[in-house]
Design a protein around this ligand. Structure first.
Ligand code: GSH
Length: 218
């Protein structure tokens, strides 16, 4: 098996999903870190791989694939029997996993934007208090919906691609502290989802996937 190449950007929640899947499946991979600041995603050699110029993108032999959820599902199908499947169970459970992934991307991610845009505003004087309050309310509301839908220890029962889709976004609630030291974003999560977050963080390979620049004091 040749190594898979993962084009990655530090702090990209979408790239993080793929890294979680690669680590879960213990697949050999080489991580090519692109710099957003240096415009690496717009360079012709990368645009040739992904005309949407985004990470994650993988190269597996002669196969190039982008879009995080498609990549996670591809890895699960192309490399079965390595770790527990990320789309386990019958058609209904797998449909639930796909539903949770869609809800993550279509609703939770948007809710989170209100918080992240406020925290990481280039000019703190331009921070929009109303959008921040709306973001906090929407994250709490979405968190309650995910908690109510939880089927066991993880979102869909057993660990699955749904957990890998949501966790990197939830992790941003803690990350906002670098800009807003008094903001306890994780407190917006209802207890079942806070307990889920702790279970994901206890996965043995989680530490290896934490964005490199988050590990520095910056
Ligand atoms: N829907 C895509 C979203 C990927 C995405 O938005 N990636 C951002 C980083 S978080 C990116 O690469 N932006 C660089 C650019 O647009 O040039 C996925 O799930 O993979």
């Amino acid at each position: 098996m040749t190594d898979i190449t993962l084009y990655y950007g530090s702090g990209s929640p979408f790239a993080w999903r793929v890294q979680l899947a690669l680590e879960h499946k213990a697949l050999p991979y080489e991580r090519r870190v692109l710099s957003f600041a240096a415009g690496d995603t717009r360079k012709p050699e990368f645009v040739a791989l992904n005309p949407r110029h985004r990470v994650p993108t993988i190269v597996d032999g002669d196969f190039v694939l982008y879009e995080s959820n498609a990549i996670v599902e591809y890895l699960d199908e192309a490399y079965p029997g390595r770790g527990a499947p990320l789309f386990p169970g019958d058609a209904r459970r797998r449909a639930l996993i796909r539903r949770l992934i869609s809800e993550t991307d279509d609703y939770f991610d948007q809710a989170l934007d209100g918080i992240v845009d406020y925290a990481f505003a280039k000019d703190p004087a331009m921070r929009d208090e109303k959008a921040f309050a709306a973001g906090k309310a929407a994250v709490a509301e979405n968190g309650a919906l995910f908690a109510a839908a939880m089927q066991g220890d993880f979102l869909a029962g057993p660990l699955s691609a749904a957990d890998f889709a949501l966790y990197p976004l939830v992790a941003f609630l803690d990350r906002c502290r670098v800009k807003l030291p008094d903001f306890d974003g994780a407190a917006l999560l209802p207890p079942p989802l806070a307990a889920w977050k702790a279970r994901v963080e206890a996965l043995p390979y989680l530490a290896a996937t934490i964005p490199p620049h988050w590990q520095k004091k910056d």
